[in-house]
Design a protein around this ligand. Structure first.
Ligand code: PXP
Length: 248
């Protein structure tokens, strides 16, 4: 069975818009678990635009499934990861001005630093994944530097699916399947994520040997519409109940 890791970064994005305590990130994580998520994923970005250090510590202490911490190789963040000791770390490339993680990690050209960080994390009992584009050379390099898992970047597949560029998404799907096959042959755990939604997820979930999908934006977006009517109804009920006070 393919597992679901829910990325709750955008619950924190909403909270940071007011810098108050709502919506509560831990409460969201516990709800995701209640609904069947097998992991909670958060990205502690160097600019702390959504998830904060305290969120990561609180999640680690309170969730019952796995905590998957996405992070760059920045020294300060690696230090926090070693202190928090999440179940999983997924190393991602990070650029200050990007809206979201844009591409996969270039493992081939960062072997020395990645090897060193992976060793440190694994020594603490953390399972390490590398977020890479579906390229065979990057999969091979991931195995070489000692990663436990790869997370294949599905962003290009997702965008071409949305834009109905059939040739592009079919060729991207083929690349994902081929990269997945090599990953399994190399003994790596196979995960995937980025841009997956209610329309495009099925074909990715069907890739042979797929272990876990990490999905955030589409779930949080859908949650707004699944919950908005109820939220307005509850507020209307409160206003209606109090109207006799003001109408005297
Ligand atoms: N996996 C990784 C490594 C990511 O960086 C992200 C985005 O934070 C996701 C999965 C989730 O992507 P999305 O929010 O588009 O579902």
């Amino acid at each position: 069975m393919v597992k679901l890791g829910v990325n709750i970064d955008h619950i924190a994005t909403l909270r940071q818009a007011r810098k108050e305590n709502e919506p509560d990130v831990l409460k969201a994580a516990l709800l995701c678990e209640k609904a069947g998520a097998e992991a909670i994923t958060v990205h502690l970005r160097e600019d702390r635009r959504h998830i904060q250090d305290k969120d990561v510590y609180l999640l680690k202490k309170n969730i019952k499934t796995r905590l998957n911490l996405e992070m760059s190789v920045a020294q300060e963040i690696v230090k926090i990861a070693l202190d928090v000791n999440p179940d999983d770390v997924c190393i991602v490339p990070e650029k200050r001005n990007e809206l979201t993680t844009e591409g996969g990690l270039d493992v081939i050209n960062q072997k020395t630093i990645l090897k060193e960080i992976i060793e440190k994390l694994k020594r603490s009992g953390i399972r390490v994944s590398l977020f890479i584009n579906p390229e065979i050379e990057q999969v091979n390099a991931s195995a070489e530097v000692g990663a436990d898992c790869v997370e294949l970047h599905t962003g290009k597949y997702a965008i071409s699916f949305k834009n109905k560029l059939k040739d592009v998404y079919l060729s991207e799907l083929k690349r994902l399947k081929e990269a997945g096959e090599i990953a399994l042959k190399k003994g790596l755990i196979l995960n995937a994520g980025h841009g997956l939604d209610y329309e495009n997820v099925k074909e990715i979930a069907e890739i042979k040997g797929m272990n876990e999908l990490n999905i955030g934006f589409s779930i949080v977006s859908k949650a707004v519409f699944v919950g908005l009517e109820k939220a307005v109804n509850e507020m209307k009920d409160l206003i209606r109940d109090n109207s006799h006070i003001f109408n005297r």
